[in-house]
Unconditional design. Structure first.
Length: 288
């Protein structure tokens, strides 16, 4: 029996409807949630992501501002712009689209964004809060993955989650979020030996390796939940994930497609974080 598909596209639409309603309520008290995106250079993939984010904001009523700069700008100039946005009360979320040109230190840029406006969830303070189970802006892709699993009422507590990949953007934080939900978490990566033996123990397998169709049914425990984070473009132009979908679907209990899986959830959780930031401002105004 084929695995049940977890549609990120459908879940994202439901969540965005709820966000839209909350945005409308905030506007009634004079607060318009605002997201500012900084794009440096003209990387086609980055521009595509930014366009998708702008469109999503417009659809649900979040004010979206795009600041574009040539890839010749200095780090000093970019940090100055971020400082200005940190002080702007109409800006609730700041997102600097990565990657940045080589003359700019990405870590310095991330650390310069106010943790209260870090809707990407990359600032070390937010990462630390996430690690210790405190309220924080959660990184968007891991946040979306957990929501996808929960949307199917799949038990997490006590289950074995295996993460293939250890990036700071997906691998490390997604494992931590599942640990916060009382799962037992194993990280695998390029140096892992006996990968197949480990992945076949996973109740929930999260694949973020960046290699097209890398994981097939032989890596998957029968009935497991398979979350495919990869987005790869084949020579034919077709998009595919890190998981060989048709093969894996024969064994898994649940599986996410590519496209239409994790991708739509990433932007949705960015919108969610921007809303949360605006709501926090509203609460402080009420207390004040």
């Amino acid at each position: 029996m084929a695995a049940e598909i977890i549609s990120g596209k459908e879940l994202a639409a439901t969540i965005r409807n709820n966000i839209s309603s909350d945005v409308f309520n905030l506007k009634q008290v004079g607060i318009v949630p605002g997201l500012t995106v900084i794009l440096v250079g003209n990387n086609p993939a980055s521009r595509s992501y930014v366009t998708a984010k702008e469109k999503a904001c417009q659809e649900i009523g979040i004010r979206s501002t795009l600041l574009e700069y040539p890839d010749t700008i200095t780090e000093e100039f970019l940090l100055h712009e971020i400082s200005r946005l940190n002080e702007d009360n109409d800006v609730h979320g700041i997102l600097v689209q990565l990657p940045l040109p080589k003359q700019i230190n990405e870590l310095a840029v991330i650390e310069h964004i106010s943790p209260e406006k870090d809707v990407d969830g990359f600032h070390p303070i937010n990462v630390g809060r996430m690690m210790t189970g405190q309220d924080a802006f959660l990184p968007c892709t891991p946040f979306g993955i957990v929501e996808m699993v929960k949307s199917k009422q799949i038990p997490i507590s006590g289950k074995h989650v295996v993460v293939i990949g250890r990036s700071n953007i997906v691998g490390k934080p997604v494992g931590q979020l599942f640990l916060n939900e009382h799962a037992t978490v194993t990280y695998c990566h390029s140096r892992t030996t006996n990968l197949k033996e480990i992945t076949k123990q996973a109740d929930i397998l999260i694949v973020a390796v960046g290699k097209a169709n890398y994981i097939d049914s032989e890596y998957i425990k029968p009935g497991a939940v398979v979350i495919d984070v990869g987005v790869n473009r084949l020579e034919s132009g077709k998009l595919c994930g890190d998981v060989l979908f048709e093969d894996a679907q024969k064994v898994a209990g649940y599986i996410t497609p590519v496209p239409g899986g994790v991708g739509p959830m990433t932007i949705t959780m960015l919108l969610q974080n921007t809303l949360l930031s605006a709501q926090a401002v509203n609460r402080s105004n009420v207390k004040g």
